[in-house]
Design a binder for this molecule. Structure first.
Ligand code: SF4
Length: 443
């Protein structure tokens, strides 16, 4: 099924004589009817509230395959997950190679988080599975934060992971909050790790901001998998090797844990193909195939030029995921390029003021006031965060207010806006900054 040039939904591929065929030929059944709006409303309602219940799944029959020692790589196959989506479609829907003209990407609609959580609780009661794999095209941050906060409020939170875009919505505070709420890992496309490649694919981020996002994720302890593409029309050998070298440096610096090289496939429903049809990509020479069923993938002139990279890229990647050859450059670009970007990213992350509209949560241990000293003297409050003992000296009255707030369940589980936090604690910018690096998070 696809949208034709007139913007109508049609199905194709019915053989001669099939009752679905009309005099319109093989593009036979026009679905775009007066009922389309109704169908769309029903679909959105279903996306919001209907989830698989897994009642007849037999998880005990699944093989648990341990095919790699790489902890991120193992997530796919060595344990079963409950699979759900926070949304249908992709909120970005701009990558030039992606099926952005098909509904599964183009039609973005969010699920209902309470309904999703209720479905997951039911499935857990049947199967005892406490992990969710979100199979979204890319988990939207607002839905993810809502799920995470709701999950945190339950008596037995799920652990969860899923597909993401490495975009600027992944701030340091959100990464820490999501990690504290059960997020363990993310997988997302870098595709071509060069500035030219990111522009060609229209990923919507550049290399410095990509590294900043990865640093924020890694500081929060998340495992990271990434998808890579080679064989993009017009891609040069320099661009492929430069991209591979950037990835080697990402592995060497610990910013990614696993990755996969995809050979580029031109699809009929991508923006690239649409632009070619509109005469905007004369350099692209698609080669159509002679079948009509599921006719999505196309070849293009020059495809075979990339055959020689198949084994080489796969072999080097397998070595990096195993922790081997991490110090063997693939291309003569600056060997410390990623490390330089990491230093710059750390500086930016450490100096960034939180968004004044952010919601603040306390994700560290319950703080205590250190006893002793005269009543009016400053006191030290102490708490544990990520295995470290943290402390802050405050006037006694401020300390009492802060400890009361941080021990308040409503605040811990639902958070409060920044302005309310300032009003309730009376703390100034420097003190808040100290707390923001040790258990207070802005989402
Ligand atoms: S590749 Fe992923 S992020 Fe890009 S438009 Fe497609 S689904 Fe969205």
């Amino acid at each position: 099924m696809f949208r034709n040039d007139a913007g109508r939904l049609v199905v194709s591929g019915f053989p001669d004589g099939d009752s679905a065929r009309t005099d319109k030929g093989s593009e036979a059944l026009v679905v775009d009817s007066p009922f389309e709006a109704e169908r769309r409303r029903e679909e959105e309602a279903a996306i919001k509230s209907v989830f698989p219940d897994y009642r007849s799944a037999e998880y005990a029959s699944y093989l648990r395959i341990v095919d790699s020692a790489n902890p991120m790589h193992r997530l796919w196959s060595d344990t079963p997950w409950l699979k759900y989506s926070l949304a249908h479609g992709c909120y970005w829907k701009k990558c030039s190679f992606c099926d952005t003209e098909l509904e599964y990407v183009a039609d973005f609609a969010r699920s209902s988080i309470p309904a999703l959580l209720a479905a997951a609780e039911k499935a857990r009661a049947i199967h005892g599975l406490g992990g969710i794999h979100f199979v979204d095209e890319a988990m939207p941050m607002a839905a993810l934060l809502e799920f995470a906060a709701a999950n945190r409020r339950t008596s037995k939170p799920f652990s969860f992971w899923g597909n993401v875009r490495f975009d600027s919505s992944w701030t340091q505070g959100r990464c820490e909050f999501l990690s504290a709420c059960g997020l363990t890992a993310v997988s997302g496309g870098i595709e071509i790790a060069t500035e030219r490649g990111l522009a060609m694919t229209d990923k919507g981020f550049d290399l410095p901001s990509l590294v900043e996002t990865l640093v924020a994720m890694k500081r929060a302890g998340l495992l990271v998998h990434t998808y890579l593409i080679y064989g993009f029309p017009g891609q040069t050998e320099k661009d492929i090797l430069e991209s591979a070298e950037f990835c080697r440096q990402l592995f060497a610096s610990g910013l990614v844990d696993s990755a996969f090289w995809h050979r580029f496939v031109l699809t009929r429903h991508s923006r690239m193909h649409r632009e070619w049809k509109d005469g905007k990509r004369p350099e692209l020479k698609p080669i159509d195939k002679p079948w009509t069923f599921a006719n999505n993938d196309l070849s293009f002139e020059g495809y075979a030029r990339f055959d020689r990279y198949d084994e080489r890229l796969a072999a080097s990647l397998a070595a990096w995921m195993d922790g081997r050859d991490l110090d063997v450059p693939l291309f003569p670009s600056p060997p410390d390029y990623v490390e330089t970007l990491i230093s710059q990213a750390e500086e930016r992350l450490d100096s960034k003021a939180p968004n004044p509209d952010a919601r603040l949560f306390w994700i560290a241990g319950a703080p205590i006031v250190e006893a002793g000293g005269p009543v009016e003297a400053p006191v030290k409050i102490r708490w544990a965060y990520r295995g470290e003992l943290e402390s802050l000296v405050l006037p006694a009255a401020d300390a009492a207010r802060v400890v009361a707030l941080f021990n308040d369940e409503a605040f811990r589980f639902s958070g409060i806006p920044m302005s309310e936090f300032v009003k309730k604690t009376g703390l100034g910018g420097r003190k808040i900054k100290t707390l923001l690096s040790s258990g207070l998070v802005a989402t």
